[in-house]
Design a protein. Structure first.
Ligand code: ZN
Length: 310
């Protein structure tokens, strides 16, 4: 069974700006500082709750300012983060004093963007979690996890078919465009929307991978055996699925849903304490074995990062 969202990965420009926003303003903990395994000259930054539990993880590839993206069709166009009931006034104030623009999205949600334009929602609700994070936000107001994502695709029917008939998602509401991986789970919602035809016919409405856009969304599977079953099942259904990739903190397979959005299925174990103790998560630059021999060159090339103080 797919039990929820595992993580969302997006593309950022400057790693320090990214760190200031997510660990500083939003109060998530930097749980891992490593490099892009496919491009070790750039960072891969992971944020989450105190332990980086699945469902709380946002990860970023800070590519630098030279690769702007465009939000549009064929992408995850919004990522919602859950905050405790009654905490939105705290967030309105916190964002306002920092000059971060936001708009009200109904009675219990705020819509905002990160420094690179990535679209986020903060939504109030009853969510599990201990409010642990970077410590810049008091636990009673802290972000609990990724409550949902919005997929924008040209033909919602095909994407919905994959979610419901193959991946086992169930409709959450009556209009049939919001689904959850596991009924009643907190960090498990996927909404599927399209755009009006006149906009969809405009090629510029198509999303462009780059800074300020989501690269992929990962869903949770409990272990390697379950992942193998999903790999076989998706292949039987005609999907081109990657082999199992060892991402060190989890194991992953990737495939594109019919609307073009990259999906990943990631295992819950082993987690971020695999290579540094829980109390030191995110402190050291962690390199996979194949890059360890280049550590001094990589460290000289990667910009130094300073933890935000606020
Ligand atoms: Zn991923």
């Amino acid at each position: 069974m797919i039990t929820g969202i595992h993580h969302v990965t997006a593309i950022a420009s400057d790693p320090q700006l990214n760190l200031n926003f997510y660990a500083g303003v939003l109060g998530l903990r930097l749980v891992k500082k490593t490099v892009n395994f496919d491009d070790p000259g750039t960072y891969h930054l992971y944020y989450g709750d105190g332990l980086g539990r699945p469902g709380t993880i946002l990860t970023f590839f800070p590519y630098g300012p030279g690769s702007p993206g465009r939000v549009g069709i064929g992408q995850v166009t919004e990522t919602a983060l859950g905050v405790p009931k009654g905490s939105l006034d705290y967030w309105r104030e916190r964002l306002a004093v920092r000059g971060i623009e936001f708009t009200e999205a109904g009675a219990d949600a705020l819509r905002l963007a990160d420094p690179d334009g990535l679209r986020l929602t903060l939504e109030e609700g009853e969510y599990p979690g201990d409010g642990s994070g970077s410590g810049t936000v008091p636990p009673e107001f802290a972000i609990r996890g990724i409550t949902g994502v919005v997929l924008t695709v040209r033909d919602v029917k095909l994407t919905i078919h994959l979610l419901t008939e193959i991946m086992g998602f169930t409709p959450q509401n009556e209009n049939g465009q919001v689904f959850e991986a596991k009924p009643g789970a907190s960090f498990a919602r996927v909404a599927v929307i399209d755009l009006p035809e006149e906009l969809a016919a405009n090629p510029r409405a198509r999303g462009l991978n780059g800074v300020g856009t989501v690269h992929h969304v990962a869903f949770r599977v409990p272990n390697d055996a379950a992942q193998e079953e999903w790999l076989a099942k998706l292949q039987t259904q005609g999907f081109h699925v990657s082999p199992v990739m060892d991402r060190f903190y989890f194991h992953s397979i990737y495939y594109r849903e019919p609307g073009g959005i990259l999906f990943e299925l990631a295992t819950d174990p082993p987690g971020f304490a695999a290579d540094e103790p829980a109390e030191k998560l995110g402190e050291g630059l962690k390199l996979p074995e194949q890059y360890e021999k280049f550590r001094s060159e990589l460290e000289a090339h990667l910009p130094p990062l300073k933890m935000p103080q606020e």
